[in-house]
Write a protein that binds this ligand. Structure first.
Ligand code: UT7
Length: 332
C-alpha cells in the first residue's frame, strides 16, 4: 500500500469571552499580578461561563470555525479525535458529542487522554489514519475546560489554567509537505506529581471525596517544572538531531504553554531564537490540550508553505513529545 504523508490543511479555534485577569485573581487568593507574570508568564485566561456548557461546546465552535474557513461540509469528515482531560462526561467520548453538535454525521470519533501532550498524541494517531490511505479527512481537536477542575482557593494552580479549544484538519499531502516525524513518550511513574485523586474507578466520587477537594487538579508544581524543562527541551532536541535539523532551519517552535520559563528553556536548548517561538500564554494561560492548536490558530496567517515547525509538549502522566511539520499551505 502506498504510504502517504498527512498534512495540516486548516486550523480553527475558540476561546470563551470572559477574561479572568491577574488583578481579579488578586481578590480571590493570596497572590499578585507581579508573581504570576514573573513566575508563569500568564496575564489573563479565558473562562467558559454559563450553565450546561462543557468542553464539547468549545470543541464544536473550533470545528465549526475550521469548517467555515476551509469551506468544508462537516459530513465530509471521516474521523474526529479529541484530546482532553476535561471530557463532558467520563463517557461517552467528548469527540462523539462534538460530532453530534457540529453536524459531523459520517465520522467515527474517540478521545485521547494524554494531558498536556494530548494534542500531539492525537495528531500522530490521526496522521497514521491518513498515512495508511484509508481516510481522507481527519479532524484533531484539543479542548479543555480547565476551570471545571481548578480549585479557585488554591493559588498554586488557579493562576495557571484557562479554557479553550483548537482544531486542525489533516488530509493527504499533495507534495513533500506535512507531518514528517514525531517522538512521543510516556512515564506512568510521574502520576504522583500531577493528577486528580478521585472520580475514577480507583476512588469513585463520594461525599468524602468532594469534601476533601479531590476532584480538583493536584500538582506538585516545582517537581513537574523540573521534569517539564528537561523533558520538553530534550525531546525537541532529540527530534531535531534525528532529522538533521538545526535551530536556523526552524521557522517556528510551537511549545505547550505551561510556563514561560519552560518555553524559554526549550527554545534555548533547540537553538531557536525567541522571535521564532509562538507564545500566547499571557492571553490564555495553560489550556492543556488546546495550547498548541490555539498557537497555530493565532499565527496561521504568518505561516508559509514549506516552513519547518516543531511542536513540543509536556504534561501529566507524565507524557511528552515533539513533532516536526513542514507547513503545507500559504494563507491567502
Ligand atoms: O502543563 C502541565 C504541566 N505543568 C507544568 O508544566 C507546570 C510546571 N510548574 C510550574 O509552572 C511552576 O512550578 C508553578 C508556576 C506551578 C509554581 O512556580 P514555582 O516557581 O515552581 O513556585 P514554587 O511551587 O516553588 O513555590 C515558590 C513559592 C512558595 O512559597 P514559599 O513556600 O517559598 O513561601 C509558594 O507557596 O511561591 C509560592 N506561590 C505563590 N505565591 C504567590 C505559589 N503560588 C503562588 C501564587 N502567588 N500564585
Amino acid at each position: 500500500m502506498e504510504i502517504l504523508t498527512a498534512a495540516i490543511t486548516g486550523v480553527g479555534g475558540y476561546v470563551p469571552e470572559y477574561r479572568l485577569t491577574n488583578k481579579i485573581l488578586e481578590t480571590m487568593v493570596d497572590t499578585t499580578d507581579e508573581w504570576i507574570k514573573t513566575r508563569t508568564g500568564v496575564e489573563e485566561r479565558r473562562i467558559l461561563k454559563g450553565e450546561g456548557l462543557g468542553t464539547s461546546d468549545m470543541g464544536m465552535e473550533a470545528v465549526k470555525n475550521l469548517c467555515e474557513k476551509r469551506g468544508i461540509d462537516p459530513a465530509e469528515i471521516d474521523c474526529l479525535i479529541c484530546a482532553t482531560v476535561t471530557p463532558d462526561m467520563l463517557f461517552p467520548a467528548t469527540a462523539n458529542i462534538i460530532c453530534d453538535k457540529a453536524g459531523i454525521k459520517n465520522a467515527f470519533s474517540f478521545d485521547v487522554e494524554a494531558a498536556c501532550s494530548g494534542f500531539l498524541f492525537a495528531l500522530t494517531t490521526g496522521a497514521a489514519l491518513i498515512e495508511c490511505g484509508r481516510y481522507k479527512k481527519v479532524v484533531i481537536v484539543g479542548a479543555d475546560k480547565m476551570s471545571s477542575i481548578v480549585d479557585y482557593t488554591d493559588r498554586t494552580t488557579c493562576v495557571i489554567f484557562g479554557d479553550g479549544a483548537g482544531a486542525v484538519l489533516l488530509e493527504p499531502s499533495k507534495d513533500d509537505n506535512g507531518i514528517k516525524d514525531s517522538l512521543l513518550k510516556s512515564d506512568g511513574s510521574g502520576k504522583q506529581f500531577l493528577h486528580m485523586k478521585a472520580g475514577g474507578s480507583l476512588k469513585p466520587a463520594s461525599i468524602e471525596t468532594v469534601a476533601a477537594k479531590e476532584h480538583f487538579i493536584f500538582q506538585e508544581g516545582s517537581s513537574v517544572f523540573k521534569f517539564a524543562v528537561k523533558g520538553m527541551a530534550d525531546v525537541s532536541f532529540e527530534l531535531m538531531e534525528k532529522n538533521n535539523l538545526k535551530g536556523e532551519d526552524i521557522a517556528w517552535l510551537v511549545p505547550h504553554q505551561a510556563n514561560l520559563r519552560i518555553i524559554d528553556a526549550t527554545a534555548s536548548r533547540a537553538g531557536i531564537p525567541k522571535e521564532k517561538v509562538m507564545i500566547n500564554i499571557q492571553k490564555y494561560g495553560n489550556t492543556t490540550g488546546a495550547t498548541i492548536p490555539l498557537c497555530l490558530w493565532d499565527w496561521e496567517s504568518q505561516l508559509k508553505k514549506g516552513d519547518n515547525i516543531i511542536l513540543a509538549a509536556f504534561g501529566g502522566g507524565f507524557t511528552w513529545g515533539a513533532t516536526w511539520i513542514k507547513w503545507a499551505y500559504d494563507t491567502k
